[in-house]
Design a protein around this ligand. Sequence first.
Ligand code: ZN
Ligand code: ZN
Length: 322
Amino acid sequence: MTFRTASRALAAATAALALTLVTGCTGDEAAGNDPERVDVVAGFYPLQFLAERIGGDAVAVTNLARPGAEPHDLELNPRQVSQIIDAELIVFLHGFQPAVDEAIEQHGGDHAFDVAEVEPLLDATAGGHDHDHGDGHDHDDEHADEVSDGAKDPHVWLDPTRLATIGDKLAERLGAVDPDHADEYTQRAAALRTELEKLDTEFTEGLKTCQRREIVVSHTAFGYLAQRYQLEQIGITGLTPEDEPSPQRLAAVTEEAREHGATTIFFETLVSPKVAETIAREVGAQTAVLDPLEGLSAENGGDYLSVMRTNLESLRTALSCS
Ligand SMILES: [Zn+2]
Ligand SMILES: [Zn+2]
């Protein structure tokens, strides 16, 4: 056995062990209902963040998505389906995680809080890059044409003001489930709103004067961010990260990046940066992370607010904002 194969075998064994440990932990954590607290199940990270911040110590929140895993394509194991059945409140976003939608349809009864019902979603085509350059060359966002009619963009949490509104509605709902703590929920939602509005002001100010407004991103997760702060999103792939871009799409995005003088091609923490790197090489740009916050990356110690502030700094650098 060469050194290389030996170290590979060791790495594989370590990974298997780590997986066992992680699985073991998750089992303990989720054991039993807590009679003292409201059992809340959240579909993915930003909803967990909301539930924890607003619920405080009156709730016990379980996130269905594993840290470091891309949550769009989440599949539920039987234990998670039981968690959905037993939860006092399920916080989810219809249209984002099909497996969760299905489980709630079957078992959610009347204890589900659907974010898509309290905050109207934008059409999937909104925030797409579609413009006339004034030289007779008019190009549509090819991807926009692929989106079926009536499809909605689920990435609503990337507009902090919309997340604040969802938080207010969640506080109301928690208050209905647990009237003894209703005032606390309202107060915590108001405090969170103050923080989110401060973040919103930082984005508005920070992105006011920039040399460019086009962002080339890995999947089209930034429609709400683009709409709120007058940016133009050019997505390499569609609304879900696992769509493989066609060669035509790659060529079109590369041309766009060149045309708009993009200095940065953004990639995400939870999906492979390969395609972004290819385009960046092609146009002589750099790559950087723009985090759609669908989940925290495994090694990330931050939260919604800190990751958004990192995003703002990355945008300011990429777009040469003063
Ligand atoms: Zn997404
Ligand atoms: Zn363009």
